[in-house]
Design a protein around this ligand. Sequence first.
Ligand code: SF4
Ligand code: MG
Length: 335
Amino acid sequence: TKNLLEVKNLKQYFPIKGGVLGRTINHVKAVDDISFSVKEGETVSIVGESGCGKSTTGRAILRLDNPYAGEVMFDGEDLLSLNKKEMRKKRNDLQIIFQDPYASLNPRQTVSQILEEAMEIQNVVPKNERRKVIEELLQTVGIGAHQIDRHPHEFSGGQRQRVGIARALSVNPKLIICDEAVSALDVSIQAQVLNLLKDLQRKFQLTYLFISHDLGVVRHISDRIIVMYLGKIVEIADKKSLFENPQHPYTYALLSAIPSTNIGEKKERIILKGDVPSPINPPSGCRFHTRCPFAFDRCRTEEPKLHHVDGEQQAACHLVEDGKINLAELSLQAN
Ligand code: SF4
Ligand code: MG
């Protein structure tokens, strides 16, 4: 299968103004030179703590904020070369679903009006067919066509997110970016919405970029997982490798926090100490060195490259430069 999305050397720096003259005195390096791809029909997740740059990456791909530098190839086309009008048209192919559907749904509109507005902007369905298509869409997302004239407040959180999904689907997209799409929902509702997303993927050949702070959530839906820390990719792996044998200490620490995983049950867990440092002046060398239990001298001065460890699994850590490591064993020694 071909790559639907290719992100190359993406940087998103936000200027910090200061001084009497209000000049740019520094930058928040929210995303700092990341590259990855997403294959057609694949679900790739980006995971990390808040402030790691995952949402910023999603917004930059859609050009909700124009990237500072880099390349975003979508379906063979460079999105960053499109003008505003062309980009608006592209939004048929790339949609985003946010955490809080309530904030993104106009409370005065009915479901029918919300979906019709999306269709009108993108002009994909002729006007006289829209109501019928909307009824079908509501059925598809499990809401029921009879709810078509209700308002967002008449729905539960899970149903509202289904409306948000229906709205995204209404323009017939290829890629949907889900930014913490189930994070505000109860665990049982989360599972239902994740299952719905999976069904829709099969039915409509969708590709997902799934952004979440929670490895437990992305576990069921992802084919591959990208772990970010302070604006950098620290690990990329297929789901199985990542959960069974993570190669970056930060991934290992994230997994340690999930009791139901292999690692979360063991005594060789790593519990992360301290806060995420500021992305304005990130730590020198490896950005994780201030919190890494394995840090050694070199980590403070030399930034690790993203090394191919095993097949497609890549990790940005000096410890893996000669190949695969066993972090469980190393953790036992470190504890
Ligand atoms: Fe830890 Fe050093 Fe690896 Fe960074 S490079 S994750 S500090 S061991
Ligand atoms: Mg976010």
